[in-house]
Ligand binder design. Structure first.
Ligand code: AMP
Length: 119
C-alpha cells in the first residue's frame, strides 16, 4: 500500500524543496539531504511505487528504462561516470529502506570501500 504522505511524494507534489539534478517525463533526481559521499543523489520514478518489487511488477518498460538511464545520466552530470560510482537500492525492512517510495542512490566522488559493513 503506497503512503501518499511519504517524503518523496511530498517532494514530487512540490510541497518540500529539492535540489534537482535531472527530470524527465517519468523520473526525478535530486541531491540527498544527508549525503554519505561527495556525490549522493537519489533517482525516483514519478509514479507511485513503494519499492523495486512494486516497480518491477507494475511499471511500464519505458518507466524502467528511463529510471535506469536517468541514474547513469545523473552519474555523468555529477562527474563520476568514468571514475566509478555505486548504485544502491534498499528494498524492504532487512535493507533498512526508510522512505517507502522507490529510490536509487547514486554514490561517488571518493573510494567507497567495501560494499557492506560486516554484521
Ligand atoms: P533509504 O534508507 O534507502 O530509504 O534512503 C532514504 C534517503 O532519503 C536517505 O539517504 C535520506 O538522507 C534521504 N532523504 C530523506 N529526506 C530527504 C529529503 N527531504 N530530501 C532529500 N533526501 C532525503
Amino acid at each position: 500500500m503506497y503512503d501518499d504522505n511519504n517524503i518523496f511524494a511530498k517532494i514530487l507534489r512540490g510541497e518540500i524543496p529539492n535540489t534537482t539534478v535531472h527530470e524527465d517525463d517519468s523520473t526525478l533526481a535530486f541531491d540527498d539531504i544527508s549525503p554519505q559521499a561527495p556525490v549522493h543523489a537519489l533517482v525516483i520514478p514519478k509514479n507511485k511505487y513503494v519499492s523495486l518489487n512494486d516497480f518491477a511488477e507494475k511499471a511500464t518498460d519505458a518507466e524502467i528504462a528511463n529510471l535506469v538511464r536517468a541514474a547513469v545520466k545523473v552519474a555523468d552530470t555529477k562527474g563520476v561516470k568514468e571514475d566509478g560510482y555505486r548504485l544502491l537500492v534498499n528494498i524492504g525492512p532487512n535493507s533498512h529502506q526508510e522512505v517507502p517510495h522507490l529510490h536509487f542512490h547514486v554514490l561517488g566522488g571518493r573510494k567507497l570501500g567495501p560494499m557492506l559493513v560486516k554484521g
